[in-house]
Design a protein around this ligand. Structure first.
Ligand code: PGA
Length: 252
């Protein structure tokens, strides 16, 4: 059996200017080089758009991959303020976060729009990190699985390319310091694994399913030890090099 593969992704959100990003990455790279990581662990960071260029340059010879936090659902044209998949590819971006709960709620992104973004990302060789997750109200109403199933089914409708990462981020756990219990997280990840194997067959069992929502150094090890949790999408804790590395070191 192939050893478990891990992917740890930092989502910086709207934090760090280009100069702060460069300084941060310059401290992160040597730590990663000497970080004593397991085989099969991949790392990626997703800075704001404005820092992608300088961070791409710094990451050129490192093992850390670059991700963006969003992209436009259209190819090009009159979309003032938007960033296209081709623009990201040109900056050597490999991953793109799509459908983060902050995009769904604050910017009213619909399942249909998220589906378009997944398609356009894959068509340009970017790996989507599709975020799904229920609100507290939905969980308390017993609708957590139904919500996640709807989000995944609509976002991945007619998608056949398994190069896609899912991030399960219960909305009530994001930035709140309140993590899902290991049992809640594993149960949802197993449910998602079932949906992926239904759609992608054998490839579905190798797709990454990351946990996101207040993953920290003190809870990462037990979350990452669960059979269907193959990594993390880290917000707050990814802004501190030591914490991000500490979480990555929990992937065993
Ligand atoms: P958090 O954010 O780790 O700060 O909870 C995770 C995310 O929103 O991706």
């Amino acid at each position: 059996m192939m050893d478990k593969q891990y992917l740890i992704v930092g989502n910086w959100k709207m934090n760090k200017t280009p100069s702060q990003s460069s300084a941060f990455v310059q401290t992160l790279i040597p730590e990663v080089e000497t970080g004593n990581f397991v085989e099969g662990l991949s790392l990626a960071i997703c800075p704001p758009f404005t820092a992608l260029d300088c961070v791409a340059e710094l990451l050129k010879d490192s093992k850390i991959a670059l991700g963006a936090q969003n992209l436009c659902a259209a190819v090009e044209g009159a979309f003032t303020g938007e960033i296209s998949a081709a623009m990201l590819r040109d900056l050597r971006v490999s991953y793109v976060i799509i459908g983060h709960s902050e995009r769904r709620t604050i910017f009213q992104e619909s399942d249909a729009l998220i589906h378009q973004k997944v398609k356009i990302a894959q068509a340009h060789g970017l790996t989507p990190i599709l975020c799904v997750g229920e609100t507290l109200e939905e969980r308390e109403a017993g609708r957590a699985q139904a919500v996640v199933q709807r989000q995944i089914t609509l976002a991945l409708e007619s998608i056949t390319d398994p190069r896609c990462v899912i991030a399960y981020e219960p909305v009530w756990a994001i930035g709140t310091g309140k993590t899902a219990t290991v049992d809640i997280a594993q149960a949802m990840h197993a449910f998602i694994r079932g949906l992926l194997t239904e759609q992608f067959g054998k490839d579905g069992s190798d797709m990454h399913i990351l946990y996101g929502g207040s993953m920290k150094v003190n809870n990462a090890a037990e979350l990452l030890a669960q059979p269907d949790i193959t990594g993390g999408l880290i917000g707050g804790a990814s802004l501190i090099a030591e914490d991000f590395i500490g979480i990555a070191q929990c992937a065993r």
